[in-house]
Design a protein around this ligand. Structure first.
Ligand code: ATP
Ligand code: SF4
Ligand code: MG
Length: 327
């Protein structure tokens, strides 16, 4: 599958989102949870970027800061060249038409008291699009696009299965003709048997409508078919970023190696399984030097002293690791 990934849709530069932590009677500022800690990458039009990493590494926070559902602490987000930080209310509304988020839990985006037809229609009403007839036509079109029957528009969310509810969530996200969908673990809550159906639907829609996705997942296997590039995140930072094939065939960062090794289907026969020891450390108090060093199976003496920068090791393949410094 060849894709023309030339037009940049989104540029993110050194993005940070810190949550202040306070203590004591006077709410003294004692530190920050560095949920996103200096992230830089681009998303091209029609590109699917898979964002992976363990729980708590900052994937959702990164996703939410892009349409400013969370205000960034610092850094730059440029959407089609426009600085998102400088948008006024109207500009922000426009931005949130073009950038939609699909959440893990489809119930979270559906009002249980509204029929699903009304739920899908709601963004059209909020943004004052079309008259009633046009909106109804659009709802029918959207339901069909996600594999639901138009006759189901009058039903309530509880009358649908988890997979169907996620289809409704997707239809709602598509209502505004977005350019970028941030899909935050959209299949994690679903039965394994349903996951593939929803992933296929999302791929199909992406191709048909020419959308870009930032597809967040815990697990590399979820995005194995879908992503064009993969960003691996660890404690608020991107530690490896490369084409999907490169990531799977030639992972550079030991954390990526460990994630691949943990997924049974990718375990290469001639390599021993790499065990990822311990949990992700707290982003409030990350380890010195390379944040991954206490868990790294290739740790060097320098690793607890100096933090490695994300550097381009070969064309388009970025990694933040001292192993590759002299290359
Ligand atoms: P998961 O895979 O479990 O969804 P994640 O990678 O999406 O995890 P985030 O939800 O982005 O991780 O959280 C990153 C860090 O920021 C965590 O330590 C989390 O506790 C913290 N965090 C997230 N939201 C807030 C908030 N509103 N206030 C304070 N801390 C927060
Ligand atoms: Fe491991 Fe050192 Fe590379 Fe960090 S910098 S991933 S500790 S080898
Ligand atoms: Mg999350």
């Amino acid at each position: 599958m060849k894709h023309m990934l030339n037009h940049k849709l989104l540029k993110i530069r050194n993005l940070k989102k810190y949550y202040p932590v306070t203590a004591g009677l006077f709410s003294r500022h004692v530190g920050d949870i560095k949920a996103v800690d200096g992230v830089t990458f681009d998303i091209s039009e029609k590109e699917i970027i898979g964002l992976v990493g363990e729980s708590g590494c900052g994937k959702s926070t990164l996703g939410k800061t892009i349409p400013r559902l969370e205000e960034p602490t610092s850094g730059e987000i440029l959407y089609k060249g426009t600085d998102v930080a400088k948008l006024d209310k109207k500009g922000l509304r426009e931005l949130r038409r073009e950038i939609q988020i699909i959440f893990q839990d489809p119930d979270a985006s559906l009002d249980p008291r509204m029929t699903v037809g009304d739920s899908i229609c709601e963004p059209l009403i909020i943004h004052n699009i079309g008259d009633e007839k046009k909106r109804m036509e659009r709802v029918v079109e959207l339901m069909e696009q996600v594999g639901l029957e138009a006759t189901q528009a009058n039903l309530y969310p509880h009358e649908f299965s988890g997979g169907q509810k996620q289809r409704i969530g997707i239809a709602r996200a598509l209502a505004m003709n977005p350019k970028l969908i941030i899909a935050d673990e959209p299949v994690s809550a679903l039965d394994v048997s349903i996951q593939a159906q929803i992933l296929n639907l999302m791929m199909d829609i992406q191709e048909r409508l020419g959308l870009a996705y930032l597809f967040i997942a815990h697990d590399l296997s979820v995005i194995k078919h879908m992503a064009h590039r993969i960003a691996v995140m660890y404690l608020g930072k991107i530690v490896e970023l490369a084409d999907k094939r490169e990531t799977f065939d030639n992972p550079l960062h030991p954390y990526t190696e460990a994630l691949l090794s943990a997924a049974p289907s990718f375990k290469s026969k001639d390599k021993d399984r790499i065990l990822l020891r311990g949990d992700v450390p707290s982003p409030l108090n990350p380890p010195a030097g390379c944040h991954f060093h206490p868990r790294c199976h290739r740790v060097l003496p320098i690793c607890n002293q100096q933090e490695p920068e994300l550097a381009e090791i070969s064309e388009g393949h970025f990694a933040a690791c001292h192993l590759y410094k002299s290359l």
